[in-house]
Design a protein around this ligand. Structure first.
Ligand code: DGJ
Length: 715
C-alpha cells in the first residue's frame, strides 16, 4: 500500500495490492480524475486519453482551443459551480459577491490536516492507512479546501474527508459541500440501493442507471428508514462473485445526499455528502467546517467481496472494539411498559435459568411513563413501579449484567422538562405543534439542551450499576426552527449534538455496551456504529420479514452489528432462533410464556451461541448465496477461517416444491467440508452443490453447521 506522487506529471497514485486510485494536477491546477479500479502499474498511460475540446479562449485576436480548461467531458476530483462543468457541483459557497466555486490545487502533504474531534465519528486505527492531503484554493476567493485521501492495506477502501476554511474578510455561507466526488465513464451500470420504511428497512433494489440525476437522500434529521446512505454501482453483468462493483457510504447519521448523475455524454458523477437541502452554514473569517468522512470500496470479484470489504472496514476502523457480547434479554416485545418489581424479578430468574448474560429493561421505568403519551423527558426513576437500584443489584447477584433504555432526544408535553423549557424544542411559537408518537424533538443543535438532558439522565442513573444502554429515537425532525441555531445549520448541528451526547455517555458510564435504536433501524449507519457496535435492526421480528431485512442490511454492515432477537412474533421458535442467530442474537419476549419444551430448545441455541457465535458470526466472513428478493428462499453462510467452522442459514419465504441446491461459488480454502456428518469434496460443493430436501413450506428454516477439513476423514 502506498501513495506515490509522480512529480513530472503531477500524478497521484493511491494503491494497495488490489486497487488503484489515480488523479493528477493539470496546467490550470485543476485536479483531474483518471482512474479508480483494479490495481494498475502504469499510470502514465492514463494521461494519454485524448481530450475532447468544447471551449475556446479568445486571445491575440483569435480563438484558441482551451486544452487546459475543463468542460463537462472532463473527469475531475472537485466539481465546480456555475462554471463549465455542468454536472451537479461538489461545493456551493456564497459570499458577498458571488457563489461561483472553482477549486485549484495549491500544495499537498502527507499529513492529516483534517483532525476530527473525538465525538465526531471518523475512521480509527489508521496505522494501516496511507494518506495525502491536497490543499486547494478557490480561483476567485480566499476559500480553502483540504481533502484528505486515504488508502488502506487491510481493506480495499478509499476514504476522503474535506475541510473548508474561510480566509476571506467576509462571512461566507456553505450551501452545498460534498465529501466525495467521483467521475467515471457511463457503461450502463446498475445501481443497488436500500430504501425501506418502518418495520421493513433496507430492501434490496437493483435498477439500471439511466440518464439524469438520481438522488438518494434523507431529510428527516436521521439517516432514516426510507433510504440507507449505503449504495453500490456495479457493472450490468456483476453478481455476488463476479464482476466489478463500487460502494459508497458516509460516516454520518443525519441528512445525507447521494447524487448519481448520468450525463448524455456518457459520464457518471457521484457526489456523496451531507444533504444540502436547507443548508446555509455560516463561516466567519478564519472559521472552518469539517465534513463527514466518506468511504468507497471497489471489488473486481463481485458484490459479496464488496460487502466483505465494508464489514472489515467497520470492524477494523469504525467500531471501538469488536468484543464478545453476553447473551441479551430485552423486556420490550414481551412486557411493553406494563411491568413492576415483581414481574421483572421473575424475568430475571428465568433469564438466569436460560443462561442469559445481560438483562435489559426497556421503556417505562421513569416518571409517569406507562404509555407513550406521558413522561418522556422527566428521567427520575418511578420508584413506585420499579426500584432500579435493587433490580440492578439483583441482576448482578444472579451473575447477569444490567442494561437500560433511554430516549434523550424527545419529550412529551406533560413533563416538567417541557413546561420549564418550551424553547428547548425544535419548532417555533408561531407554528402549530406537530407530534409524532405523541412527542416533540428537543433541540440538540444547542449544547445547553444536550447538557441539560444528559445531566438529568446521568443524575438519575449514577447510583445504579449500568452495563448497557439502548439509545432510542422515535420520531423524525420536522418544523425546522430553533431558538438557538440559524435554520440553515440546524440539521448538521443537531447531528453533532447527538454525537456529543453519545460521547458523554461513553465517557461517564465506563465499559458500557451500547446499542443504537431508532424506531427499529432508522439510524443504521456508520456514524452510529462509531459509538454502538449493535444496532436494533427493525421493530419487525417476524422471521420471514427479518430474512429480507437482514439480507438487505448485510450488504453494508457486518452481522455482528445486526441485532436480532427471538420474540413472540409469528413462527416457530426454531425458525425465529435460526434467523436471529445470523445477527447479534438475543431474546425479546415474555419468558414466562415459554413452555418447558421451548426452553429446552432455546437452551440448545444458547449453547450454540456461547460455543460458536463470536467466532463464526462476529468474526467470520459472510457469503450470500442467493437473493430472497428474487428467489423463494434466502441462503447465507458465515464462516470462520480461524476455527474452520461455519453456519449456513436457509429460510423459505415462499412454499417450494423442488429441492434446494446450494452451489458454493465463493472461494473455499479447504479441500473437504463436513456437513451433517457427511464429507464433501470442495469441487462437489462448487459444481454439483449441496441438496437440501427436507424444507418446503414458507417460514421453514434450517441452520447447518459446516466444518473445513484438510484430509478425507470423517468424525
Ligand atoms: C422503539 C424501539 O424500536 C423499540 O425497540 C422499543 O425500544 C420502543 N421504542 C420503546 O418505546
Amino acid at each position: 500500500m502506498a501513495i506515490k506522487f509522480y512529480k513530472d506529471k503531477k500524478i497521484f497514485h493511491l494503491y494497495n495490492k488490489n486497487i488503484s486510485y489515480v488523479f493528477s494536477v493539470n496546467e490550470m491546477n485543476i485536479l483531474l480524475h483518471h482512474y479508480y479500479g483494479k490495481r494498475i502499474k502504469d499510470v502514465y498511460s492514463l494521461l494519454n486519453k485524448k481530450e475532447e475540446i468544447n471551449f475556446q479562449f479568445y486571445k491575440d485576436n483569435e480563438f484558441k482551443n482551451d486544452v487546459k480548461y475543463y468542460d463537462n467531458l472532463t473527469e475531475v476530483e472537485v466539481g465546480s459551480y456555475l462554471r463549465l462543468d455542468l454536472k451537479p457541483a461538489s461545493f456551493k459557497i456564497k459570499c458577498k459577491y458571488n457563489s461561483l466555486t472553482d477549486f485549484r490545487y495549491v500544495s499537498h502533504s502527507y499529513k492529516n490536516h483534517n483532525e476530527y474531534e473525538d465525538y465526531y465519528p471518523h475512521l480509527r486505527n489508521l496505522s494501516n492507512a496511507d494518506e495525502v492531503t491536497i490543499k486547494l484554493k478557490d480561483a476567485y476567493r480566499n476559500i480553502y479546501l483540504y481533502i484528505t485521501y486515504r488508502i488502506f492495506n487491510d481493506v480495499d477502501v478509499i476514504s476522503k474527508s474535506v475541510r473548508i476554511e474561510n480566509k476571506t474578510r467576509n462571512d461566507i455561507y456553505v450551501n452545498k459541500a460534498m465529501s466525495f466526488t467521483l467521475d467515471m465513464p457511463f457503461t450502463n451500470q446498475n445501481l443497488i440501493h436500500f430504501p425501506g420504511t418502518w418495520a421493513f428497512e433496507r430492501r434490496y433494489i437493483k435498477e439500471k442507471l439511466n440518464y439524469g440525476n438520481k438522488v438518494l437522500y434523507s431529510l428527516e434529521g436521521r439517516s432514516s428508514h426510507y433510504e440507507n446512505p449505503f449504495f453500490i454501482i456495479c457493472n450490468a453483468d456483476a453478481d455476488e462473485y463476479h464482476g466489478e462493483a463500487y460502494s459508497f457510504n458516509i460516516i454520518y447519521s443525519g441528512n445525507f445526499k447521494n447524487e448519481i448523475y448520468v450525463s448524455s455524454l456518457n459520464k457518471i458523477r457521484i457526489n456523496v455528502g451531507i444533504n444540502d437541502e436547507s443548508l446555509e452554514y455560516k463561516l466567519k473569517r478564519g472559521d472552518d467546517l469539517i465534513l463527514p468522512e466518506v468511504i468507497s470500496s471497489y471489488s473486481f470479484k463481485g458484490i459479496n467481496n464488496l460487502s466483505i470489504n465494508n464489514h472489515n472496514l467497520i470492524k477494523n476502523h469504525i467500531l471501538l472494539e469488536n468484543k464478545k457480547f453476553p447473551l441479551l434479554y430485552n423486556s420490550w416485545e414481551g412486557m411493553g411498559m406494563d411491568f413492576n418489581d415483581e414481574s421483572i424479578k421473575k424475568l430475571i430468574n428465568i433469564s438466569k435459568e436460560m443462561g442469559i448474560g445481560l438483562f435489559v429493561l426497556d421503556d417505562g421505568w421513569f416518571s409517569t411513563r406507562n404509555d407513550d403519551k406521558h413522561g418522556l423527558g422527566d428521567w427520575w426513576i418511578n420508584k413506585d413501579k420499579i426500584d432500579l437500584k435493587e433490580i440492578s443489584e439483583l441482576t448482578h447477584k444472579n451473575g447477569l449484567k444490567f442494561g437500560i433504555w433511554i430516549e434523550p432526544e424527545c419529550v412529551n408535553i406533560d413533563t416538567k422538562l417541557y413546561k420549564e423549557h418550551e424553547d428547548y424544542i425544535i419548532s417555533s411559537k408561531q407554528l402549530e405543534k406537530r407530534f409524532s408518537r405523541n412527542q416533540l424533538v428537543l433541540d440538540f443543535s444547542c449544547l445547553d439542551v444536550v447538557n441539560h438532558v444528559f445531566d438529568s439522565i446521568y443524575n438519575s442513573l449514577k447510583d445504579v450499576k449500568i452495563d448497557y444502554i439502548k439509545y432510542d429515537m422515535n420520531r423524525y425532525l420536522g418544523d425546522i426552527c430553533s431558538s438557538f441555531t440559524p435554520q440553515g445549520e440546524i440539521f448538521y448541528k443537531y447531528t453533532l449534538g447527538v454525537y456529543k451526547f453519545m460521547y458523554k455517555l461513553k465517557q461517564n458510564f465506563k465499559d458500557l455496551i451500547f446499542e443504537n435504536c431508532c424506531s427499529g433501524g432508522g439510524r443504521f449507519d456508520l456514524g452510529m456504529l462509531y459509538f454502538s457496535p449493535l444496532i436494533w435492526t427493525s421493530d419487525n421480528t417476524n422471521p420471514i420479514d427479518r430474512t429480507f431485512i437482514q439480507y438487505g442490511t448485510s450488504f453494508a454492515y457486518p452481522l455482528t452489528s445486526i441485532s436480532a432477537h427471538v420474540s413472540k412474533a409469528d413462527g416457530t421458535y426454531s425458525s425465529k432462533a435460526d434467523v436471529a442467530f445470523f445477527g447479534s442474537f438475543g431474546y425479546e419476549l415474555d419468558l414466562k410464556t415459554l413452555k418447558d419444551e421451548d426452553k429446552k430448545l432455546l437452551k440448545e441455541y444458547n449453547e450454540l451461541y456461547k460455543k460458536y457465535h463470536y467466532e463464526v458470526i462476529n468474526n467470520g466472513t459472510l457469503y450470500r448465496i442467493n437473493n430472497p428478493f428474487v428467489d423463494s428462499y434466502s441462503i447465507m453462510m458465515s464462516y470462520s477461517k480461524e476455527i474452520d467452522v461455519g453456519f449456513i442459514l436457509i429460510s423459505l419465504i415462499k412454499d417450494i416444491d423442488q429441492n434446494i441446491n446450494i452451489k458454493f461459488e465463493m472461494e473455499l480454502d479447504k479441500p473437504y467440508y463436513l456437513i451433517n456428518g457427511k464429507l464433501y469434496k470442495r469441487e462437489h460443493l462448487k459444481n454439483s452443490g449441496l441438496i437440501i430436501d427436507d424444507i418446503k413450506k414458507i417460514g421453514e428454516t434450517k441452520l447447518i453447521k459446516i466444518e473445513g477439513r484438510e484430509k478425507y476423514e470423517e468424525d
